[in-house]
Design a protein around this ligand. Structure first.
Ligand code: GDP
Ligand code: IMO
Ligand code: MG
Length: 422
């Protein structure tokens, strides 16, 4: 396997965790390079469900090294809880995990600010995960953030934290929110820092040395293309670069060391949180929710659902340079007939082949659909392309062609084995 960047080609929750888990068999190292514990990546193996938030999904496979890169924002308390949760399930977390000393910290005032800003926005809210992600990246960009390297130098950390708590408490007070208790935060964070200390490293150097030794690296994207801070449906986005370039800046591995970009997309579309979703369809959502599917892995919120949107995925291919596609959740459409596919948008009488930059305009785009026949039978036990009903094969080929990349995998169920690889 080559050095591969895996990205979500839609609005997140495309099934990246499942595909990473399949691909990790061939990789040596798995790297998270952006986002924080807003992510929720589900892997189901031997009947156990694992939900990864900050730790790369590669941790579930023995002998693989997992790296949390410099571009990730880390809530150290949440990370320790995740490590403990994995250990309880029998997963080894030790020398197989490295944390960048340059990664920024999520602090309690980030979470409160996130919540307060959402409250104040009212109907214009983003629908964040309330994990403090936006304010943490905000501090990073404003050059006032605290990092892992601070956390493991207790005196430096306490001094910087004290100033930050003072500054943020006056903001919180103005917002009418409860102030943060410096002493409590200082104590709990320093304790978390001590637990994390053995994992902390210069991950840039580690990755470069690994590359020199011919190791193969998998970059596990979080969120999805349309939640990207630059290319997504701004302002209804997350605060990091979720697209392929984020893997380079968020890990320190240069672009010319990357060999392949894989895009993961569902056979339909989902979104959790606010913002435009042009192909949203209430009856498709009701059907999927009735099956117990499409509830958020991090917040448990019901995901909004819609038809496959090829305008979006085609644009995702452009931005990310997607070479190969993994289509997941094909089985979600097993009982749907006919199936709609959005091939273009109509805005003010004009036919658009790419999404408009403006969120309000995207909101008023009408999808132009093509209808294709459904297959009305279960695909869940298919293990090779020829096991799929003809209409299902035609469907995956049709949406791959519209997206403009080579079809590499089709997933027909949440488990590792329920995957067709070409
Ligand atoms: P991620 O954030 O991209 O890793 O995706 P999530 O884990 O948040 O959401 C994807 C959901 O779809 C999870 O519940 C997965 O277990 C599930 N899943 C992934 N692929 C398939 C599939 O092909 N079929 C079914 N039925 N479920 C799938
Ligand atoms: P994975 O990696 C789906 C969404 C939130 C909200 C917006 C901003 O599991 O695909 P934030 O808390 O990041 O400030 O919220 O982004 N969002 C996700 N949606 N999957 C995710 O991650 C997401 N991470 C954030 O719902 O709309
Ligand atoms: Mg998810």
């Amino acid at each position: 396997m080559a050095n591969t960047i895996l990205v979500g080609a839609q609005w997140g929750d495309e099934g990246k965790g499942k595909i990473i888990d399949v691909l990790t068999a061939e990789a040596n190292i798995v790297v998270r390079s952006q986002g924080g514990n807003n992510a929720g990546h589900t892997v189901i193996h031997r009947g156990t469900k694992y939900i990864l938030h900050l730790i790369p999904s590669g941790i579930l496979r023995r002998g693989k090294i997992c790296v949390i890169g410099n571009g990730v924002v880390i809530d150290p308390i949440a990370l320790n809880a995740e490590i403990e949760g994995l250990r309880k399930l029998g997963i080894t977390v030790g020398k197989n995990l490295l944390i960048s000393n340059c990664a920024h910290l999520v602090l309690p005032y980030h979470r409160v600010l996130d919540e307060q800003r959402e409250l104040r926005k009212g109907v214009a809210r983003i629908g964040t995960t309330k994990r403090g992600i936006g304010p943490a990246y905000g501090d990073k960009a404003a050059r006032t953030g605290l990092r892992i390297s601070d956390l493991i130098q207790p005196r430096v950390f306490s001094k910087k934290l004290q100033a930050k708590v003072r500054e943020n408490n006056s903001i919180l007070q103005a917002l009418g929110a409860k102030p943060i208790n410096f002493r409590k935060v200082n104590e709990s964070y320093l304790a978390a820092g001590e637990t994390l200390r053995p994992f902390v490293a210069n991950t840039v150097v580690y990755l470069h040395e690994a590359l020199q030794r011919g190791k193969e690296i998998l970059f596990e994207g979080a969120q999805g293309t349309f939640l990207d801070l630059d290319h997504g449906t701004y302002p209804y986005v997350t605060s990091s670069n979720t697209t392929a370039g984020g893997a380079c800046t968020g890990s320190g591995v240069p672009p010319h060391r990357m060999d392949l970009v894989m895009g993961v997309m569902k056979a339909y579309t989902t979104r959790v949180g606010e913002g435009a979703l042009p192909t949203e369809d209430a009856s498709l959502a009701a059907m999927l929710h009735k099956m117990g599917r499409e509830f958020g892995a991090t917040t448990g919120r019901a995901r909004r659902c819609g038809w496959f949107d090829a305008v979006a995925t085609r644009y995702a291919t452009m931005i990310n340079g997607i070479d190969e596609l993994a289509i997941t959740n094909l089985d979600g459409l097993d009982s749907v007939d006919p199936i709609r596919v959005c091939v273009a948008y109509r805005l003010n009488g004009k036919r658009l082949k790419v999404p408009p930059c403006d969120a309000a305009q995207l909101q008023t785009c009408d999808p132009i659909y093509e209808e294709v026949p459904g297959w009305k039978s279960s695909t869940q036990s298919a293990r090779k392309l020829s096991d799929l009903p003809r209409a299902a094969r035609d469907y995956v080929n049709f949406i791959s062609k519209l997206t403009g990349a080579r079809l590499k995998m089709v997933s027909v169920g949440p488990a590792r084995g329920q995957t067709i690889v070409f």
